[in-house]
Design a protein around this ligand. Sequence first.
Ligand SMILES: [Zn+2]
Ligand SMILES: [Zn+2]
Length: 238
Amino acid sequence: MRLWGGKHCLLCDNEIESEVSWRSLFAQEQPSRVCGSCHEKFVQISGETCTICGRPLTLLEAEYRSGSVCLDCKRWEDDERWTGSLDKNIALYTYTNFTKEVIARFKFRGDYVLAEIFTADFLKALQVFQYDYIVPIPLSEERLYERGFNQAEAVIRAAGIVPSRVLTRVHTEKQSKKSRNERIHLEQVFNVESDLDLRGKTIMIVDDIYTTGSTLRHAAKLLKENGAVKVYSLTLAR
Ligand SMILES: [Zn+2]
Ligand SMILES: [Zn+2]
């Protein structure tokens, strides 16, 4: 358990209302590093969600869902190369403009301390899972140099957990320049480079945003090829 670290909101710098009342509102949770009104701006994902990617199903038209999964996930599952690669993704927040802004500030401005914003919700979401190793999606060396830190790893460490660096990047080319199709069919994005024995293990992957699900599925598939039995993922937003 971490100690109470500060009284000012990491986002708006307003004083966080009495520690006691704030904490008692969310009993048994981490003390928050954001004030109540900033925390409310994050739209937490709730209600019925796709059982694979965690996308809220309530907002989708019937034609974009197939039973308990969304159409995107159905397409992945229908492709035999990808069937069962990722068992389940949980996203903390909907990717609203506010969330986008906070994540961008955290990521691109190198505001490492902002990782603590997510700690309380991150730990709460993790409680649902049992896993052996928690693995951040790695950045390319190029991006790591640009940003100074890996944001997924920062979120894990801020929560007081030691990440297992199991994956490394194969190529450094910016994925955003490629089409969805190119990304999906890229040969290999990651390598497993670790002394850890993954056989029979359950892995929790952490990334910042779930977009197409391609990155996470590449990682999950590779981890399973290396013996993992279950691969979950947790993202800040989707
Ligand atoms: Zn605030
Ligand atoms: Zn889905």
